[in-house]
Design a protein around this ligand. Sequence first.
Ligand code: NAD
Length: 507
Amino acid sequence: MKDITINTAIAYDLPPAFSGRHLIDGAWIENAQTFERVSPSHGTVVSVSAQGGVEETNAAIAAARKAFDAGLWSRISGKERAAVLLKVADLIEANVERIAVQETLESGKPISQARGEVGGAADLWRYAAALARTSHGDSHNSLGEDMLGVVVKDPIGVVSIITPWNFPFWILSQKLPFALAAGCTVVVKPSEMTPSSTVMMGELLIEAGLPAGVCNIVLGHGEPVGSLMSTHEDVDMVTFTGSTAVGKLITKASSGTLKKVALELGGKNPQVIFPDADLENAADAVTFGVYFNVGQCCNSSSRIIVHEDIAEDFVARVVALSRSVKFGDPLDDSTQVGAIVTPEHNAKIDGYVKDAASAGARIELGGDPLQVDGLGTQFYQPTVISHVTPDMPIAREEVFGPVLTVLTFKTLDEAIALTNDSDYGLSAGVWSNDIHTCLEFSRRAHAGTVWTNTWMDGYPELAFGGVKQSGQGREIGRYGFEEFLEVKSLVMRVGRDSRTPWVQKGA
Ligand code: NAD
């Protein structure tokens, strides 16, 4: 039997290092101080970005505040806003290759997945455009003959958008078009590891005609940029995607001004496999679920919970499939798993694996960093680990790498208990041909999304988000859009007040 499948380095002319600047009040701003991103796969500098500080962050927030208060975006019609969002969608589609290559070079993800991420984001912009035109409130015509109540929805105001490195363009598009559709103005801070695709988005926004100051971009680190975006009194809402640890910091930081906070955080997502499932489909989905985006995915199905009668056979199927998954050069069109984001993260993944092995877990496949000829060692082998117990850190914490852990169960109740025995609650999946099993699992699983006989399908129409320490609030869909709106009640008397006056004259 073959070992694993490795795509060694292909010949490729890398583009010159991308030069990233802030976008503040419609102008591109440089800094004398810059920071570099070294490609995790190719080891060369692939972007040099302006290093934002307090001054740039304050200027960006002031520009967003001024634009919001001036009403040049917040008070125009939904039709006009939609027209700009639709243009952005077209421009995204026209620029997929350039953005995807840069994203692959900065993140290490396979180019085919970067193309899917960037091209697919256009649909989020189109859906948000539809929402911009169909947003409405309620009217209350039954409050009595002389009263009329109308509930309207207003844009919440200035929104800070803080994004992670694993899906920089997609996650930005889960937030930005929805905030813009609502009429908000924004300040965006991408991860310091993947800043460039957000700057490229800024270029498209200008080309599409978004007015100056409506979307501002500041490049830099969590301190001071992200932290000031979370505390500043002129910011009305922070929407953050990233680690649970930083999510908690943001909640604390924003409490001083009681601004609204929406959080999309980590996950430890199980797929539960019953013996009556289509095991071929389930094994393929498990393999996809753990290796997609190099396993660096909030929705990674990093733990599977398999019925003990089929566990051995199912693990053997997943191991066999894992051997055929193509690991290696992310710029190769056929690669399915690329590089790990940083050397430190690769060491962290390896630490979880080695700890589990020394605690008695069995390494069924992989278990070590991977050397790819011509590209170096910032890769990790496809790794499957069985005989894991629910108390092991590898079964409870986000490993964020191509590492699958296997737990077993005997009864539906036990499978649900294992599913819910987690600090996280982002997503979960069930595989069975019995509709009652699937429905009972779906109703009792503590998760923001439950997939039945599939994994990681998503649509702009369907809300996404987590329960417990996976986050708060929802993204995309109508629910995600509503996060960027405030509800206001207008209470109106019709005709003269015929009630007895509150003040009795001369009494
Ligand atoms: P991270 O939390 O380290 O960083 C995310 C962003 O926060 C970056 O832009 C960073 O610069 C910024 N930041 C850091 N410190 C900050 C501070 N004190 N104040 C404000 N901002 C600060 O996360 P990451 O390593 O970039 O991303 C990986 C994490 O993101 C994983 O935990 C993953 O599960 C999670 N994630 C969740 C979802 C979801 O939708 N639930 C999606 C993708 C990723």
